[in-house]
Design a protein around this ligand. Structure first.
Ligand code: ADP
Length: 700
């Protein structure tokens, strides 16, 4: 009970203290980890904003470099393409200068130019030209009438008349819109009549004379003339048209520009298809092989550029609709973001009079977040980063949400959300820590228990030995007393003359001598034991014949024993002719044999008959002493050779003894290089054998 308490109490105390220390450790670890993670997420957020900030700075730089004094267009599609090539986060770029959206080019640019021209036509300040103006108006009316008749004639299929009337209008003095309309009509009619050359001539004249003039629907005459030339078979002109349309080559209305851009691309595609066809049917050589106008990759580039232009225009219209030029950044802020309809996010930057910005490519931004996630250090593994718009609901279970870091300006509309994607590494560390802790406590308990066990065993041995020693003292005194009493009794009888005759006297003397010899033997045993114990017993190992040993022992034994000696029989089982010489200390060997013989007699009262047998072995010779006495249980057989040990059966049978005999036999035999063995069965008898090393034969 007490030992158990001695283990359990300190062990549990240690376990509790250890656990507390461990918990504190784990908590601080978790805390540190969380701080680390938060810092990492903040860093990633800052990096994203920083990239956008850098792009804005670069854009401002480019816009400034392009700005020439007085120039309205500081930025164009090429500069945008170049900018976007280096900054993949940008989708569409815009530049506002002095509160005016100057890129993408505002679509009302053409209209305003047109207005200006009519204004300058209409408001002629000088009265001197008024007369000329009235005449001009009159002529215009006349021409309009002729033009109307030409249209009607064309409609009715009277092409000759129509051509003539159109020709009159086309040649009208002063050129102007009416003349251009006439030339176009003339070209149309001539084409119908099959006079392609004449038609082409009419169109060329329009293209050359029209300048920046536009018809009533705002379409530039030059554009119409070029389109007509294309229809007459001048396909090569398509490329030139595309180039002009992409730039501001035709001062045409935005709608017509869009329309004709699509028209040109469609035609180019058809032209490519046709040249492919001629190439495919090369088995039958075509009459006239036209060189291909453009390659398919060129066409792809053209249509991509066209689409990009449309997108930019759409973006420009959206900006205008939104009125980006009026929406200034909050005062004091240099960069910021605006959320424009349908989720477009503009990031912008102001430098003096100029404001630049671009719409964010949100997909690219997400990809960038993925890159940031991959760049996280090892402690950030298992974290998933993603972008969320501020104010948007975060559909992540609270347990998985680790951090929510708002992005600094200019990406203030976003926050970076870190969620737990894989197993929590801290939990893993904690679990390992727990296991380690439990292992340590268990180890401690084990060590404590082992210590306690060994201490207990040591103490137990000590107390056993103390018990044995005290038993030994009383046993020895008892053993000494018995012969001493006999000696004294017979000596007194002799002294008092009680003996009847010399025979009795002789017998008394013999008893006294025998008893004192027994006493001497007993004392010799004790002395020998103590000498062996102290290591001062010297062994004189010599070659002795085993017969001689046995004979000496039996002689002494017969002198000491009062009766029973006749019961000892001797047998020789050693092969005839084999050497009987052994190496031994004569006195120790005889003493050992005597001890075995006296035990055999002592422990077999009522079952007499002791047999001594000589046996041969491998390199050793044995002297076996066999009795038919009480025997020794197997559990005791190992212990009977211990110092002072007496088996309980011996005490129960009331046999006196000291527990020294066999201990001494074992030590003597070991000192002689031999051994002692026992075989025994309870109530059947025992067989002790002394094995001596055989002396080498002289012949060998
Ligand atoms: P003891 O003085 O008690 O005989 P020993 O050392 O000679 O001491 O023997 C140790 C114990 O071995 C004895 O107490 C006894 O129990 C047991 N023993 C020895 N010889 C025999 C035997 N021949 N038969 C039965 N028990 C024996």
């Amino acid at each position: 009970m007490l030992p158990a308490v001695a283990i359990v109490v300190p062990a549990s105390l240690l376990a509790v203290l250890g656990w507390r220390a461990y918990r504190a450790d784990a908590l601080s670890l978790r805390d540190r980890f969380r701080q680390d993670q938060a810092a990492m997420v903040r860093l990633a957020a800052a990096r994203l904003s920083e990239e956008v900030g850098r792009a804005l700075e670069d854009l401002a730089e480019r816009a400034r470099a392009r700005a020439k004094p007085g120039a309205r267009s500081v930025f164009d599609e090429q500069s945008e393409a170049r900018f976007r090539a280096t900054h993949s986060l940008a989708r569409h770029v815009f530049v506002v200068h002095q509160g005016q959206l100057i890129y993408p080019a505002p679509t009302q640019r053409f209209a305003s130019r047109d207005e200006r021209s009519t204004e300058s036509d209409a408001l002629q300040p000088s009265s001197a030209v008024t007369h000329r103006y009235i005449q001009q108006q009159r002529r215009l009316r006349r021409m309009r009438a002729v033009f109307g008749r030409a249209l009607r004639a064309e409609y009715r299929g009277r092409l000759g008349r129509a051509a003539r009337l159109y020709g009159i209008v086309a040649r009208a003095v002063g050129g102007g819109r009416m003349a251009a309309n006439g030339s176009l009509g003339l070209a149309r009619v001539l084409r119908r009549r099959g006079d392609l050359k004449g038609a082409r001539k009419a169109l060329v004249s329009v293209a050359q004379a029209a300048g920046a003039k536009r018809n009533a629907r705002g379409i530039a005459y030059k554009l119409l003339a070029h389109a007509g030339l294309v229809e007459l078979g001048d396909r090569a002109r398509l490329l030139e048209m595309h180039k002009r349309l992409m730039g501001a080559g035709y001062a045409t209305s935005p709608q017509s520009r869009r329309f004709y851009l699509r028209w040109v691309v469609r035609r180019l595609r058809r032209a490519l298809g046709r040249s492919r066809l001629t190439a495919a049917s090369s088995t039958t050589p075509p009459v006239k092989v036209s060189a291909p106008l453009l390659s398919s990759s060129q066409l792809r580039g053209i249509s991509q550029r066209t689409e990009a232009l449309f997108a930019t225009e759409r973006f420009g219209r959206m900006l205008a609709r939104y009125g980006v030029q009026e929406r200034a950044l909050p005062s004091g802020e240099r960069t910021g973001a605006l959320l424009v309809d349908a989720g477009t996010i503009l990031v912008l930057r102001r430098d003096g009079q100029t404001m630049v910005g671009f719409s964010l490519d949100q997909q690219a931004l997400r990809r960038r977040v993925g890159q940031q996630q991959r760049r996280l250090p090892p402690s950030g593994r298992g974290i998933a980063l993603r972008l969320s718009r501020v104010g948007q609901r975060i559909d992540v279970p609270a347990k998985k949400l680790l951090h929510n870091a708002a992005l600094p300006a200019p990406l203030g509309h976003f926050s970076l959300i870190a969620t737990r994607a894989a197993a929590d590494p801290v939990a893993d560390i904690e679990r390992k820590g727990q296991l380690r802790h439990i292992g340590m406590v268990l180890g401690l308990v084990l060590v404590l228990a082992a210590g306690l066990f060994f201490t207990y065993r040591g103490v137990r041995r000590e107390s056993d030995l103390a018990q044995l020693k005290s038993d030994f003292a009383s046993n020895v005194s008892h053993e000494l007393k018995t012969p001493l009493t006999s000696i004294r009794m017979y000596a007194e009888m002799l002294q008092q003359g009680i003996a009847e005759g010399p025979d009795d006297q002789q017998r008394y003397h013999e008893v006294i001598i025998r008893e004192s010899e027994r006493l001497g033997r007993l004392i010799a045993n004790v002395l020998d034991f103590s000498r062996v114990e102290r290591g001062t017993r010297r062994y004189d190992l010599v070659e002795i014949e085993v017969d001689e040993l046995v004979r000496d022992a039996l002689d002494t034994f017969s002198r000491l024993a009062d009766e029973d000696v006749a019961d000892v029989t001797l047998a020789d089982k050693i092969e005839p002719g084999a050497s009987k010489h052994v190496i031994a200390d004569h006195e120790a060997a005889v003493q050992s044999l005597l001890n075995l013989l006296s035990n055999a007699v002592k422990y077999s009262r009522g079952a007499p008959g002791v047999e001594v047998t000589l046996r041969g072995g491998h390199g050793e010779l044995g002297v076996e002493v066999r009795d038919h006495g009480i025997g020794i249980p197997p559990a005791e057989q190992k212990r009977i050779f211990d110092d002072f040990y007496r088996a309980p059966q011996a005490r129960q049978a009331n046999v006196e003894g000291t527990g020294l005999g066999l201990a001494l036999v074992r030590r003597h035999m070991e000192a002689c290089g031999g051994r002692v063995t026992v075989q025994s069965a309870v109530a059947k008898g025992s067989r002790f054998t002394l094995w001596f090393p055989a002396a080498r034969d002289e012949e060998e």
